[in-house]
Design a protein around this ligand. Structure first.
Ligand SMILES: [Ca+2]
Ligand SMILES: [Ca+2]
Length: 227
């Protein structure tokens, strides 16, 4: 009986671990196949959806016409409690498509902010040869340590992750000499939020576990009643 008990407990533990195993999921994604997917900008007149030329298909195109610095804002599907969602990384594809009169080029960047904090991720420096082609920029996200590339600009990292209310990508990385005419065309495609949501046992596995516990409990009662 003792041996059967131990096997039962081991089987129960294995069942628990198997049904609770975590997996990476795409929590939010914008491929811009048919539209801007709800993305907005601080300078909307310089942002346009393009049906082809992306990586692949549609993408957000920025065409500079002023001295502003243009960023794009993610829709609500990219916002929320990143700790509860189990967010592990975010990424986007960037292409600096056409340039003239280039003065300087900023690093690939992502900015997150919320009521409890804000942080900026700086990636690599884009190539100075245009078009750069589509480059995937990935930023790790973790609630155990500040991942490399991120700088907390206000509040705390964990506070920020607990309530992200703005997700912003500077789509304009190039500063141009505006004394004459200049060209600045850039694009973004395939923005994703990836995570491993906290493992929750499925109902079928749960009922199986309760059945196990019930059987073990009955066996235990029988043993106690046996003199
Ligand atoms: Ca696309
Ligand atoms: Ca510019």
């Amino acid at each position: 009986m003792q041996i059967t008990w131990r096997y039962g407990l081991v089987a129960l533990a294995i069942a628990g671990f198997t049904c609770g195993e975590a997996q990476a999921d795409i929590l939010a994604s914008s491929t811009f196949d048919t539209s801007l997917d709800g993305w907005t900008s601080n300078t909307p007149s310089q942002i346009a959806w393009q049906s082809t030329g992306g990586n692949p298909g549609g993408y957000i195109q920025f065409t500079d016409s002023t001295g502003d610095s243009t960023v794009v804002f993610a829709p609500s599907s990219f916002l929320g409690n990143y700790i509860a969602l189990g967010v592990t990384s975010t990424s986007f594809d960037d292409n600096i498509i056409a340039e003239s009169q280039v003065e300087s080029v900023g690093q690939y960047e992502i900015d997150l902010s919320g009521p409890l904090g804000s942080a900026t991720f700086l990636g690599s420096q884009p190539s100075s040869t245009y078009p750069t082609g589509w480059i995937t920029v990935t930023a790790a996200i973790s609630d155990t340590a500040l991942p490399s590339g991120w700088t907390v600009t206000s509040g705390s990292w964990l506070g920020l992750l607990s309530d992200v209310t703005q997700y912003q990508i500077p789509i304009e990385l190039v500063t141009n000499n505006q004394s004459g005419s200049w060209t600045d065309v850039e694009g973004i495609d395939n923005v994703t939020l990836t995570g491993s949501p906290a493992a929750v046992p499925e109902p079928a596995s749960l009922s199986l576990m309760f059945t196990f516990i019930g059987v073990l409990g009955l066996a235990w009662l029988r043993r106690r009643r046996t003199p």
